[in-house]
Design a binder for this molecule. Structure first.
Ligand SMILES: Cc1cc2nc3c(=O)[nH]c(=O)nc-3n(C[C@H](O)[C@H](O)[C@H](O)COP(=O)(O)OP(=O)(O)OC[C@H]3O[C@@H](n4cnc5c(N)ncnc54)[C@H](O)[C@@H]3O)c2cc1C
Length: 507
């Protein structure tokens, strides 16, 4: 065997798993199809002088794991910049609302704007802090019923009253926010942030998408200095420093099978053999395209991939963004939640259900050049506008190539209402629509979470009940990535969990 473990794809979960294995002394070979590592956590100079992330930008969940410390990623070039304020929301009446890292400061600010709502915010955080810590614990373990129960009853976080909590957990998050807050602006901010996981605010059982909000205060929101991709670059360097190989421009075309067991992969025409094969690719790629047909599991065609949900317009500007509601720099630090009211969110989802792009989309704007001077030339700015909802498959046989210019304009028009003059500052751009995400990043149907993040595909049901412990249905084949527990987002927990299973089996 050439390797102990051969890894398919260099998404951040695959790299995290490979780094743990390399650190434990195993010989690892990683094969990535694209010219750079990282998949949906990568950064490239798309416009000269401007560093654009190609996927995720806000590092939230990974900060709640021990991964960065356990792998000593600072030694390999990773420096996190903490963002504070965490969130800023401008409204059409020019009211500016902030959520700070510090709960007390946030409570005071909200109380000064909306008497009574600061206190409601504190109650919300107090009520759900333990729950959110328990959720974090469940993310950091393989999702068996036993493990889930153990995290809930004896996890690192204080035990909680599950009977009382169940009412909120099983509700749509759109209802949870209106139970806690009477102020519509606050309801909208929290619901719009919860909507980033995919499901709409009316979907039952989605309460947790807003109930884990206390975690933002717990772990914060951060940015790797130099761009999101510095995380995956550091992981690559870690693997290589521990004797592993990381190859780019190296597409895997097949998982090699012998006597019913995975024995490695084929890269171009070359067989690469290994004791174990770890697929960090989308499960449709790993078990659908790469496995010889007779080994493909039946469920592969029935997974719910959804119909895309967001698109992102990345802009290089020659000057900083200036919000009318709050021209100060602190507006440009954290995530800028641009959503007028719940109605805007609902109508965007309504268009999406008709397979039409939202005409007045809510936006999360990001301008991380405000905290990181390596992203843009002096005086310049990177501005990214993530907007929802945008279907992958369009009505009336329309194609994204035909409508992409108009949709990008719509997103910019919406943003201009809050920061007029932005259009005149543009020196370059990249528009990543759902078809782009599938074509370039391997995100089937433009779903940045791989599979829908709904209760039927979470925990031990992700990607399927029969293989939820990172072991595939054929021997010596393992899975990691957003298609597995705990799903999409920059977290690395799937990679860490998968590595633990592999370490046990390799021993
Ligand atoms: C535009 C966008 C914005 C986002 N924003 C955020 C955010 O702000 N915060 C957040 O937490 N999350 C965000 N996400 C989600 C998050 O980035 C992803 O869910 C997560 O990075 C997926 O990681 P993964 O480990 O599953 O691997 P992926 O990133 O899916 O990587 C899989 C890798 O496998 C490679 N591959 C595919 N097929 C083959 C093959 N045959 N051979 C070899 N290699 C192959 C691909 O090229 C890719 O590099 C965003 C995603 C996108 C796209």
């Amino acid at each position: 065997m050439q390797y102990d473990v051969v890894t398919i794809g260099a998404g951040h979960n695959a790299l995290v798993a490979s780094a743990y294995l390399a650190q434990a002394g195993y010989r690892v070979g990683v094969f990535e199809r694209r010219p750079i590592v990282g998949g949906a956590v990568s950064t490239q100079e798309i416009v000269p002088g401007y560093q654009f992330d190609l996927g995720g930008s806000a590092h939230i969940l990974i900060r709640l794991t021990p991964i960065v410390e356990e792998l000593q990623l600072e030694r390999f070039g990773l420096t996190y910049l903490d963002l504070d304020p965490l969130f800023f929301a401008p409204f059409p009446d020019d009211e500016a609302v902030f959520i700070y890292r510090d709960v007390d400061r946030t409570v005071d600010h909200l109380e000064s704007l909306f008497p009574g709502q600061g206190r409601a915010y504190r109650r919300f955080i107090d009520d759900w802090r333990d729950f959110s810590l328990t959720v974090r614990d469940t993310f950091l373990a393989s999702p068996s019923p036993f493990q889930l129960g153990k995290s809930m009853a004896f996890g690192g976080s204080p035990p909680m009253d599950w009977k009382a909590a169940m009412r909120h957990i099983t509700r749509p998050y759109g209802e949870v926010v209106s139970e806690y807050f009477s102020e519509h602006k606050l309801q909208t901010m929290l619901a719009w942030m919860a909507a980033q996981s995919g499901p709409p605010p009316t979907e039952p059982m989605t309460g947790p998408f807003v109930l884990w909000h206390p975690l933002y205060h717990e772990g914060g929101i951060a940015r790797p200095r130099g761009g999101s991709g510095m995380l995956t670059q550091a992981l690559k360097q870690h693997i290589e420093a521990h004797g592993g190989d990381v190859f780019v421009d190296a597409p895997v075309t097949e998982i090699l099978m012998e006597n019913g067991e995975a024995v490695g992969v084929r890269v171009d025409d070359e067989p690469i053999t290994a004791r174990a094969t770890l697929a960090g690719t989308h499960v449709k790629e790993s078990l659908g395209r790469l496995l010889p047909e007779r080994y493909r599991p039946d469920f592969i065609d029935n997974l719910r991939l959804g119909n895309g949900f967001g698109a992102i317009l990345r802009l290089a500007l020659d000057r900083p963004v200036r919000y009318t509601a709050h021209p100060g720099t602190d507006a440009r630090v954290g995530l800028q939640l641009i959503c007028r009211d719940m109605q805007q969110l609902h109508s965007a989802y309504g268009s999406f259900m008709q397979k039409r792009p939202a005409e007045d989309p809510p936006i999360v704007a990001m301008t991380f050049s405000a905290v990181d001077d390596t992203l843009a030339p002096p005086g310049g700015e990177v501005l990214w506008l993530w907007a929802q909802y945008f279907p992958y498959e369009l009505a009336d046989g329309q194609r994204w190539e035909d409508i992409k210019g108009d949709v990008a304009d719509t997103i910019l028009d919406t943003f201009e209402q809050y920061a007029p003059g932005t259009r005149d500052a543009i020196v370059g751009q990249l528009f990543q629509h759902p078809e782009w995400l599938e074509r370039e990043l391997g995100l089937f149907r433009g779903n940045v979470m791989h599979l829908e993040m709904s209760i039927d595909q979470m925990f031990m049901l992700r990607p399927h009940l029969s293989l939820s412990d990172y072991r595939a249905h054929v021997d010596r084949l393992y899975l990691t990535g957003a298609s597995t527990h705990p799903g999409g987002g920059i977290m690395g927990a799937s990679g860490r969990n998968a590595a633990r299973v592999l370490l046990k089996d390799l021993d």
